[in-house]
Design a protein around this ligand. Sequence first.
Ligand SMILES: Nc1nc2c(c(=O)[nH]1)N[C@H]1C(S)=C(S)[C@@H](COP(=O)(O)O)O[C@H]1N2
Ligand SMILES: [Mo]
Length: 315
Amino acid sequence: MLIKLAADGPASEITPHSSYLRRREFLAGAAALGLGSLVPHAALAAALQADKSPLSSASETQTPLKDIISYNNFYEFGVDKDDPVKNAHTLKTKPWKVMVDGLVNKPAEYELDDLIKDIALEERIYRMRCVEGWSMVIPWVGVPLASVLKRLEPQGSAKYVAFGTLVRPSEMPGQRGVFQPLPWPYVDGLRLDEAMHPLTILAVGLYGQTLANQNGAPIRLVVPWKYGFKGVKSIVRISLTEKQPPCTWNLQNPREYGFYSNVNPNVDHPRWSQATERRIGESGLFVKRRPTLMFNGYGEQVASLYTGLDLKANY
Ligand SMILES: Nc1nc2c(c(=O)[nH]1)N[C@H]1C(S)=C(S)[C@@H](COP(=O)(O)O)O[C@H]1N2
Ligand SMILES: [Mo]
């Protein structure tokens, strides 16, 4: 009954800023009342209303929620796939501020709700492909990154967008151990035209609810034609730059991970093939690996971004 209450109104309705906020508060209140267990995947998840986007890859079976929230890479919470689901509850996602700086006319430290205010939330069902060889189909809820960037007014000299994430060891066990798997903050970036592409979104939810912490709450990048590691989680900084920004995995191992990281079955990672993938949630003796598609199947929309670029050299 309470879940019905949270999902107030038709799914096609545009979500204004104030009701987005109210939903977040409703669930915080529900959690305080001990009603958190009514919410399927996290005590603070709140129902979101989103327009269904025609840009969805809607024909494929969606990966079950339980798999999306329990098989994650989020090294701030540990390096094993089941570490984030166990550890990410300690992350506090409210209040949340995003610092915007660099080559923009509207630099500021924005409250998250102000950053996406009045931009309609959309449901985008996307195939996602990790460089490790697994894939999922995820019904994201988010806003086009282009809409947010337009609001920030990139200057003419801006050529790239850099994303930075939270460094808060008190809430992130992976940042306080003796062994720190990555340099912090986790960073990555896009060329400005990739960032402005209509398929690129900032996600705040999935399966109609706010993101579970382990999926990158409260806001993360989603670029469906690139390998999963470009999906920067728990973003606290957006910078417009003239120079190509650093990428965590490229810094870690430049021979294995490049700036572009476009899904490409013809260019193998040095240690494993990229020709096929295992769809998470389809485990079983007789389940076959699927062929991986060029640009993860989004080539018709994005291939023109790379005309004239050698994709073997620019992996
Ligand atoms: N901040 C941060 N973002 C991150 C990572 C990380 O370790 N830290 N891992 C990346 C990798 S390797 C993948 S495959 C995706 C996984 O996103 P998901 O768990 O929501 O499927 O998040 C990416 N974003
Ligand atoms: Mo990944």
